[in-house]
Design a protein. Structure first.
Length: 276
C-alpha cells in the first residue's frame, strides 16, 4: 500500500529533526516531527509577530495567528514565513526575491516592493486569507497560496446548521466579483468546485499575479487536479500559475552571493526540499 505523501515527509523530517527539541504532542501522543516549542520550527529561531513585514498594509498592525500545528515540521504556514521573511531583513535582499520569481516564469513588472504581508485578508466579510501578499511599486499585487504536505486546495465545508450559507455568499458576494473578474467566467457550482483556487483568483485585477506554491513531489490526487485547473488559466493568463518549491529554491540558491543569505537558504533547502 502506497504511503501518503504527508506521512512520508513527516517521517523523513522526524528522522532529521534534532532529538533534543522534538517530541511535541498531537492528540496526546508525542511525535518526532513535532517540536516542543514553535520557535524551534524556525530556521533562525526567530518568528515575526506582525503580519506586515514591509510597510503597513493592514493599517492596524495585525498580529499573525499561528496555527495550532505551527510546531509541526511540515507546517505550510511556518514554511511560508521561513521562506519569505528573510528577504525583508535587508532592502537589497528584496531584489533577490523578485529575480528568483522572474526566473521561474512569474511576470513581475516592477523591481520594487511597496508592501509585503503575511495572511492578508482583503475583505473580512468574505474571509479569503492570502498566505503571502505583495504590492509592487507600480501597484500591481502578487498573491500567494502556499501548500506543502496538504492533499488538496481547500473546498467548501457545508454546515448543517447553516445550509444556505454558500448560496447566500454566492448571491451577496461572489456572483458580482465573478462578473467583474478579468479571469473568471463561471457558475455558482463551478466556482465552488475549486473554491480556494477561485476565491484567490477572483480578487485579482487585470495585471495582478496569482501564484500557487506546492512541491512538485506532492502527488496527492486532488492536489494534482487542482494544479491542472490552475494550468488551464495559465494557458490564457500568464500571471495565474503554479510555482513549484523545488524550482524556486533551486533558482534561489544559484542566484545568492551573500554568505549570510546562502547559509540561511541552504538550511531551508535541507529542511523542506531535500526530504522530498
Amino acid at each position: 500500500m502506497k504511503i501518503p505523501f504527508a506521512k512520508r515527509i513527516q517521517d523523513a523530517m522526524g528522522e532529521r529533526a534534532p532529538k533534543e527539541f522534538t517530541g511535541g504532542k498531537w492528540g496526546g501522543k508525542a511525535y518526532p516531527h513535532i517540536f516542543l516549542d514553535m520557535k524551534y520550527n524556525f530556521i533562525d529561531g526567530k518568528y515575526p509577530n506582525k503580519c506586515d513585514i514591509k510597510g503597513n498594509l493592514f493599517g492596524e498592525n495585525r498580529e499573525i495567528k499561528y496555527h495550532i500545528g505551527a510546531a509541526n515540521s511540515n507546517s505550510s504556514q511556518v514554511m511560508c514565513i521561513n521562506f519569505f521573511k528573510k528577504f525583508f531583513e535587508k532592502e537589497e535582499w528584496e531584489g533577490i526575491l523578485i529575480k528568483t520569481l522572474v526566473r521561474v516564469g512569474v511576470p513581475i513588472s516592477s523591481d520594487k516592493i511597496k508592501y509585503a504581508v503575511f495572511e492578508y485578508e482583503p475583505d473580512s466579510a468574505e474571509g479569503t486569507n492570502f498566505d503571502f501578499y505583495m504590492v509592487m511599486d507600480d501597484e500591481t499585487c502578487v498573491s500567494m497560496e502556499i501548500k506543502y504536505t496538504e492533499s488538496e486546495f481547500g473546498g467548501i465545508s457545508p454546515d448543517d446548521n447553516n445550509p444556505g450559507k454558500y448560496g447566500r455568499k454566492w448571491n451577496d458576494i461572489y456572483s458580482g466579483m465573478v462578473e467583474n473578474s478579468p479571469f473568471l467566467d463561471c457558475s455558482e457550482q463551478e466556482f465552488y468546485s475549486e473554491y480556494q483556487v477561485n476565491r484567490n483568483i477572483v480578487f485579482a485585477r487585470k495585471n495582478d499575479v496569482v501564484l500557487f506554491l506546492t512541491p512538485k513531489a506532492n502527488d496527492a490526487k486532488r492536489l494534482i487536479c487542482g494544479r491542472k485547473y490552475i494550468d488551464s488559466f495559465t494557458d490564457k493568463y500568464n500571471q495565474i500559475r503554479n510555482v513549484y518549491w523545488e524550482d524556486i529554491v533551486a533558482e534561489l540558491v544559484n542566484i545568492i552571493k551573500d554568505d549570510e543569505l546562502i547559509e540561511y537558504y541552504k538550511m531551508f533547502k535541507e529542511k523542506y526540499i531535500d526530504v522530498l
